[in-house]
Each structure stands twice: as C-alpha cells, then as structure tokens.
Ligand binder design. Structure first.
Ligand SMILES: [Zn+2]
Length: 230
C-alpha cells in the first residue's frame, strides 16, 4: 500500500497485480478498487460525512471503485453509474485497530502535504470493512459541479469499525499545503431533495430499527475532483 498526504486527506492506493473488485449488493456490474481515504474531525464529536439516525462519527472511510466496463476512472466519472463508493463509519475504541495500525504509524512520516509512504500490508481490503456488510444504506449521489452529474452509487454500512484516539490523533497531525492542520475535512449533511435512501433487505427485516441517513451530497464533488487529480 502507499499512503499519501494529499493536502486534504490521507489517501491509500494499493499495489496489486489484480485490483480488488466489488460486486453484488444491488450494484449493477463489477466495480474496480481505485483508492480509499478518510474524513475526520478536530475532536471525536464530529468527522463523518454521513450521519446515521443523526449520529455523527469521529471518522469515515471511503473506498472508491469505478465501473470496470468504463475502462478507466477518468471515463467512469463521466457516467451516471460510474463510481461505487463504500462508506464505513469509524468509532472510538480504547484499543488500537490492528488493521489501521500500519497506516496510522506511517502517517507520522507524511505530516507534510504531498508526502507519501509505502506500507507493507498483507491483509485483504476486507480488513477495513465491518463484520456485517449485509446491513447498509444505498443512494444515488450526485456531483455538485455545474454539470451536476450523478455518478456515485453510495453504500454506507450500518456497523462501524473501531479506531483508538491515539490512532486518530495521527490523522489530526497531518498538515495541509499551508501548514495548517487537516481536520474537519468533511462536508455536513445536505437536504435530501427528494432523493430516496434505500436500506438493504437484511436491515428491512426489522423496520423499527431502520434509521435515517443524513446525506452529504456536496462532498461527492470534491471526491471526484480528487480522483481525477490522481
Ligand atoms: Zn470521501
């Protein structure tokens, strides 16, 4: 893996002969992994872009994939169903998350913007997903650039993964190009504007537990921009 301080987040790419894919769960077609990155707060009362039942998490991970049939990420961002992003809420635990440990340690060497570090990591990407991947929320997200393309199929898992405050603080120590701290690099939830948010069939088994998901539509823009800059 290679982790980079891109000036507004910590972004991870992987070196694999065959990039991981995601299929199923209502996605139409096969989506190829491109990168993952994080959003976090200045303290643990905020940081996530989505809210679940109004609850904000201190961090959110976004695993970005593009539709294989479009060939490249650059082509996919022009298509309505071009991207599939998996969103994972991250909550504070008293223990370090072992899957995040190599990345959190590497952050100490890339506090300045545009620095990167290679990280030896031999676990599947699944190590960053919650145990329960059957329970998730789904909506079609749109760019807020002037053309307002709808290109992201969002999957937001209901179950969070863990991180320690110590590990979180390594993210909060990253600096932007002007030397300021990269914190609160998230956009707040936006109005639904008649969009439908779907809940996976597993979740709908108990409708009383269906939660409201707050949307962050505007962030989709910056993410696409970020990816095109890769
Ligand atoms: Zn993101």
């Amino acid at each position: 893996m290679r982790i980079k301080n891109n000036g507004h987040s910590a972004q991870v790419e992987i070196d694999a002969s065959v990039a991981p894919r995601v299929t199923g769960g209502g996605l139409k077609g096969e989506y190829i992994f491109a990168q993952f990155h994080f959003h976090w707060g200045s303290d643990s009362s905020l940081g996530s872009e989505h809210t679940i039942d109004g609850v904000r998490y201190p961090m959110e991970l976004h695993m970005v994939h593009y539709k294989g049939s479009y060939g490249t990420l650059g082509e996919a961002v022009k298509r309505r169903d071009g991207l599939a992003v998996l969103g994972v809420m991250i909550e504070v635990s008293s223990n370090d998350n072992p899957a995040l440990a190599p990345l959190a340690t590497a952050l100490l060497n890339i506090t300045d913007a545009e620095n990167f570090a290679d990280v030896s990591f031999k676990h599947p990407l699944k190590a960053f997903l919650p145990r329960n991947v059957e329970r998730f929320y789904r909506y079609e997200g749109s760019l807020t650039t002037p053309t307002c393309n709808e290109v992201v199929t969002w999957t937001v898992f209901d179950e969070a993964i863990a991180i320690s405050e110590r590990q979180l603080n390594n993210f909060r120590a990253l600096k932007d190009p002007h030397g300021g701290m990269i914190v609160n690099n998230f956009r707040p939830p936006q109005p639904l504007n008649n969009r439908k948010v779907y809940v996976s069939a597993d979740s709908s088994a108990d409708s009383s537990t269906v939660k409201r998901v707050g949307l962050s539509l505007s962030i989709v823009t910056s993410m696409a921009v970020l990816m095109m800059n890769m």
